[in-house]
Design a binder for this molecule. Sequence first.
Ligand code: SF4
Length: 252
Amino acid sequence: MKDASVSIEIGDGDRASPRETVPALSGLGELTPTQELISWALRRFANHEVVVTTSFGMEGCALIDMVAREQRPLTVVYLDTMFFFPETYALRDEMIRRYPHLRFENRGTTLTPEEQERRHGPQLWRTNPTLCCQIRKVDPMVTALSGVDVWITGLMRSQSATRANINVMEWDWKYQVLKFNPLTHWSRERVWTYIRENRVPYNKLHEQGYPTIGCTHCTKPVEGSKLGEYTRAGRWVDFEKTECGLHGGAGI
Ligand code: SF4
């Protein structure tokens, strides 16, 4: 099989636009050490608008740590839904202190919960969680990614069936941006090992039975869950919904 790192060196001199890059890079990454892959991508797209997005889950924290190692002043975008857990705000503040050369930007909705209730009735997350996610996550993400060329995410194939076919590099038709998923082939166990070995901050709710963490209204602990196991059980437990729609039908 072709050595992916060789492809990376060839790609360094390529000045094609991010979108034109996709076909050549769609198979990239399976054999390349993740840090090397991230390093290459940040060099390759140094003259483009690049952002990392995170919801401060375990994968996002590991990704931010790897990106931070490259010592570039990148922007980390997060969408404060105004329904975060106190532990999530505490983690955000810890990440800001730990990585001072990264710029953490809240690009969440400006619609207050009170105004949402006035417009759509009480507890929209119970009456229409899809609309609630659209207002508080998807629409703000559209705005946040407007003008962005390369979007770095912590998505992994092992997270859910809807993410099973993602590639390291792919064109996102929904947001019209090159999506770079360097953790594509990672498992939660590998993420947890990275977090431990590198003493990366993580949400303390993971230790209290929360495999993934979203809004307070829609996230519950999962009995018997382990730190090294990923599951989307615990999210929107009274609904069929398992994703918030951020990632072309999938979500974070
Ligand atoms: S996760 Fe729940 S509270 Fe948060 S935006 Fe979606 S429906 Fe609303």
